[in-house]
Design a protein around this ligand. Structure first.
Ligand SMILES: [Zn+2]
Ligand SMILES: [Zn+2]
Ligand SMILES: [Zn+2]
Ligand SMILES: [Zn+2]
Length: 312
């Protein structure tokens, strides 16, 4: 086996120090935009604050998830506490969709009956949000880490939303056309709902034991079959314990006359190949061609075939 580094397979989180900084700055934006929204009576600013709340929750969640992951497994929770983050993300996503709906209903009322807003307060609050997002986003520019890069993109998107609120406020300042405010809030709410739907979908896929994004069952089966000494693979399961922590179980058919030591060498090669495919936790059952269950790659553990490896 080659001796290169595989430590990135499980640990893909952003550095904790930068998360703390982002959390504090995002909290500042939330306070400024929420109080600005109340003072100026601007729904657009309040919905932007709603979005910032989701950002804060997302940062807090991954922070919390890192701490939870450090907790050791127990005899009852043998995988540890990894999925608390997934459960929290699911609740967070559903709450966000609810927030978006509430804002859209309020925007509908204001479209029918426009209410005056104080555009100067909107400009000041959104301006603070814009500057902080630009500062954070541009400060992290040039990082190669994929997570950090998507975070930068997100911050620049947030800066664009704040810029939209400022433009709307300027428009209101000169035209007194108050409909701009509810229209902006609907647009921002749709963005919130879209992001939340993404979170909910990912969380449900993990809870349903779905194959992790970017990992295909047939690719993995082919990769295992290509390893020298492997005749076939069946009853293949691939799932995520939590986002980025992937697990696999399968049966592998080998020559029945191999010694345990020889089959273990093949096992190490399979495990190594799986790590390269992003799967760090594997459970592999070795068998010879005389195994008593179907050769199907997909699980055949149904009512007609109760339990793996038991002839009824
Ligand atoms: Zn955001
Ligand atoms: Zn089997
Ligand atoms: Zn390797
Ligand atoms: Zn199975």
């Amino acid at each position: 086996m080659d001796g290169h580094d595989h430590s990135g397979v499980f640990h893909t989180h952003a550095p904790v120090g930068k998360m703390k900084q982002a959390f504090i700055f995002t909290l500042v934006i939330l306070v400024v935009e929420f109080s600005g929204g109340l003072i100026s009576h601007s729904l657009a600013l309040l919905s932007d604050a709603g979005h910032v709340l989701t950002d804060l929750a997302a940062i807090g969640l991954s922070w919390y998830a890192i701490n939870q992951s450090n907790k050791p497994p127990t005899e009852n929770l043998t995988y540890g506490y990894h999925r608390t983050g997934i459960l929290a993300a699911l609740i967070n996503g559903i709450a966000l969709i609810f927030i978006a709906i509430v804002i859209i209903i309020e925007a509908y009322h204001r479209l029918l009956q426009p209410e005056p807003v104080h555009s100067l307060w909107m400009i000041v609050s959104a301006g603070i949000g814009l500057s902080i997002n630009l500062y954070l986003g541009l400060g992290l520019r040039g990082e190669e880490n994929l997570n950090v890069r998507s975070a930068v993109l997100h911050m620049l998107g947030d800066a664009a939303a704040s810029a939209g609120v400022i433009l709307g406020a300027v428009l209101i300042l000169y035209t007194k056309w108050y409909l701009v405010d509810p229209i902006l809030s609907v647009l921002i709410s749709l963005l919130i709902a879209l992001g939340a739907w993404h979170i909910v979908k990912q969380a449900i896929n993990i809870l349903m034991e779905g194959a992790p994004k970017g990992i295909s069952l047939s690719t993995v089966a082919t990769a295992i079959r290509q390893i020298q000494g492997v005749y076939d693979v069946h009853d293949l399961h691939i799932w995520s314990i939590t986002s980025g922590k992937n697990a696999l179980s399968c049966h592998v058919v080998l020559d029945g006359t191999l010694s345990i030591r020889d089959s273990q060498a093949i096992l190490r090669n399979i495990e190594h190949e799986l790590i390269h495919l992003g799967i760090g936790h594997s459970t592999i059952q070795m068998e010879d061609a005389g195994h008593p269950h179907p050769d199907s790659v997909l699980c055949a553990d149904d009512a007609s075939h109760q339990g793996h490896g038991h002839c009824q």
